[in-house]
Design a protein around this ligand. Structure first.
Ligand code: MSP
Length: 666
């Protein structure tokens, strides 16, 4: 086979907060493309990573009272961090770069020096708005009501020495690249770049700072750190070993220039103007394409942590499966434009396409094969008039799909596959297999109908693999498809499976979701998150009362120090699910949202409370008890509900208002 390579990248994400569904969207799209290219026989390099330097991270780490390195380590490598999220979402990246990796730092220093020695980087004066107490420079647009966005205090005009990149020198070449090639996709983004940035005149770009320390030091002038974009953009070549010894030069030679950088629309400017100019300065080849995708919006606006309206991909993937979430993201929203996210859309899409269309097709086909032929189709089969259209559609599907995938039109590629699935479901209605089964004479026709359905499913499943890798494996297994027929080549032809195919009904891959119930639960979780994100109400003025009489410590209460008491962390948590378990009469299995995440709590209160009594209630929970495996490890309890023993031997739980969810109880 011809040695085809494909190099694809995501942006490197800022690990200043946990990633949300928007970041997941871009990564999942990149993953689908990478998997598709592997399927079509390419040697793929799929790069993702994190952009870890800069003032914002430095400030956030200071707020958290940890070093910047410890702060980013936790968000990237820690529990439910960036890497955990990509694992959960089944993201098949080949390399993960962190801009704090030593080899990247070395490369950035060498690149900076190269550009400086060439005369493309020069020293000048940076003028901006400066917040003296925060020691931070801000641009006009970053200011909040004319004041420092961090502390709200007034800023002053100030200057500092800085290095600049001679971006202006590359304006004509960049303009030519944008206007006269298909470098930037979709085409609609080109005008925006030319009108907004090139036509007004490209200014040189400030590429170093002395006002903060958390960055790559300029090695020949170490009071400066390299400012953001040279550090960030060059990750795409340093991860291939450019100007470092971590990876062999052959990686760079094999994969550079990149086939495509997937980036969100707000960073198209950096990727389509600054990045090509840096590469021109370094005299390196340019990436073949930059694709600027749209945003996922919530209620028509951007998601933001402070509004408490970021959508948590962990929650959704754990509830509905990574495959379902991946499919939804790429099926519902056209990649090049913005789309409005909602839980309702997600659940509808799962119920219609996955549970109804493909789920039903699979379970009907395998169940009928089991029921009528014991799972083994007979040799004797009879064609029929209904076959032609289905066979033609399924046989032509791969090429149609390929044309869409090559344009990064995931939505259309998936629509094409699901049109064939819908056609196959209609084919069941037309051929009425249950009627054919009634009569021995029509059994050969029945066998062919089931064979055609299985073949259609096989072809569709090959093409869905990049989007839903885990579920597709399971479909192949239920249909007993040999690996030679799970390939791209095999998806081009109908009828490759042996006529005496064996297929058996297996687990239901996409169970139907009770939409009303799920939406109510997701809303409750969202409300709790909003309440947790909202600032705490101002404390009421305390009434002056007489000092309480000291409490006598009775002999059964062991005295503990105040410090010991402070170690116990109790928080108000919202119960989002509560169920009895068959293994125990005493315990209830509770899922409680603690303001940040859901935790499982096994609570011995089944005698006093029924699940319905607790659903949706906000209760006090000790959240920092060591997690405890129960029932032989089947469940792990991650907290204890606080309940009072009443005089008559009952237990009583205090309920708190919604506004307290996630708040600490002292
Ligand atoms: N660190 C820079 C990128 C440097 S690349 C050399 C950065 N990081 S980011 O974490 O803020 O954003 C990373 C990507 O996530 C961007 O492409 C951005 O568009 C994408 N998304 C963030 N929120 C998004 C949505 N709500 N919807 C879709 N994508 C969005 O920028």
């Amino acid at each position: 086979m011809e040695n085809k390579t494909f190099y694809i990248t995501t942006p490197i994400y800022y690990p200043s907060d946990k990633l949300h569904i928007g970041h997941t969207y871009c990564t999942v799209a990149t993953d689908a493309m990478a998997r598709y290219k592997r399927l079509t026989g390419h040697e793929v390099m799929f790069l993702t990573g994190t952009d870890e330097h800069g003032q914002k991270i430095e400030n956030k780490a200071a707020e958290a009272g940890v070093t910047p390195q410890a702060f980013v380590d936790n968000i990237v490598e820690g529990e439910k961090g960036v890497k955990d999220l990509w694992k959960l979402m089944n993201v098949s990246y080949d390399r993960f770069i962190r801009t704090t990796d030593d080899y990247h730092v070395t490369s950035v220093q060498r690149i900076f020096k190269k550009m400086y020695e060439k005369g493309d980087i020069y020293k000048s004066i940076y003028k901006g708005k400066y917040c003296v107490p925060c020691e931070s420079f801000w641009t006009e647009t970053q200011l909040k009501d004319g004041c420092c966005p961090d502390c709200g205090r007034p800023v002053i005009d100030a200057e500092e020495e800085a290095y600049y990149f001679r971006l202006s020198a590359y304006a004509d070449r960049v303009r030519d690249l944008l206007e006269n090639t298909d470098f930037l996709l979709p085409r609609s983004r080109v005008n925006e770049m030319v009108h907004n940035f090139i036509e007004p005149g490209l200014e040189d770009l400030c590429v170093s700072r002395t006002s903060f320390k958390w960055g790559v030091p300029v090695d020949f002038d170490d009071k400066h750190v390299v400012y953001v974009w040279i550090d960030a953009l060059t990750n795409y070549i340093t991860a291939l070993g450019y100007e470092n010894e971590k990876y062999p030069e052959s990686d760079y030679n094999k994969f550079w220039p990149a086939d495509v950088h997937f980036v969100g629309k707000e960073i198209v400017r950096f990727h389509s103007i600054i990045w090509p100019a840096i590469l021109m300065s370094l005299e390196l080849p340019l990436p073949k394409h930059v694709y600027g995708h749209g945003w996922l919006l919530l209620d028509g606006g951007k998601m933001s942590k402070s509004k408490g309206n970021v959508v948590d991909p962990y929650l959704l993937a754990e509830r509905y499966s990574a495959d379902a979430l991946r499919y939804f993201l790429l099926r519902d929203f056209p990649f090049g434009s913005d789309g409005n996210f909602s839980n309702e859309l997600l659940i509808n899409r799962i119920n219609t396409d996955l549970a109804n269309d493909i789920g039903n097709l699979l379970s009907r086909t395998t169940a009928m094969a089991d029921k009528y032929f014991g799972g083994n189709l007979p040799e004797e089969q009879a064609e029929g008039a209904e076959d032609a259209e289905l066979l033609a559609m399924a046989g032509a599907l791969r090429d149609k799909y390929e044309a869409q995938m090559e344009k990064y039109a995931f939505q259309s590629a998936l629509a094409d596959v699901f049109a064939v699935i819908a056609r196959a479901n209609k084919y069941i209605d037309e051929t009425a297999p249950w009627a054919l089964a009634k009569n021995e004479e029509t059994k050969p026709r029945l066998a062919r109908v089931l064979y055609n359905l299985a073949e259609t499913l096989r072809i569709c499943t090959v093409l869905l693999t990049p989007f839903m890798p885990t579920a597709c494996e399971k479909i192949f297994d239920q249909l007993r498809i040999p690996s030679s027929l799970r390939t791209w080549e095999s998806a081009a032809s109908f009828g490759l499976m042996s006529k005496t195919a064996e297929l058996h009904k297996g687990e239901n891959l996409f169970p139907r979701i009770d939409a009303a119930k799920e939406l109510a639960e997701l809303d409750a979780i969202q409300e709790a998150k909003k309440a947790a994100a909202a600032p705490a109400p101002a404390p009421k003025e305390e009434k002056k009362t007489e000092a309480p009489a000291p409490v006598e410590i009775t002999d059964h209460e062991e005295e503990i120090s105040f410090d010991d008491f402070c170690k116990v962390e109790m928080r108000v948590c919202k119960i989002v699910n509560c169920e009895a378990i068959k293994e125990s009469k005493k315990l209830l299995k509770i899922t409680a949202f603690d303001g940040e995440r859901e935790r499982c709590i096994m609570s011995g209160i089944a005698k006093w409370y029924k699940p319905d009594d607790l659903m949706g209630k906000n209760v006090g929970v000790v959240v920092n008890l060591a997690a405890r495996p129960m029932m032989g490890g089947k469940y792990v309890s991650e907290g204890m509900i606080v309940a009072a023993d009443t005089a008559d031997g009952d237990a009583s739980i205090a309920f708190y208002p919604d506004s307290t969810v996630g708040k600490r109880i002292h």
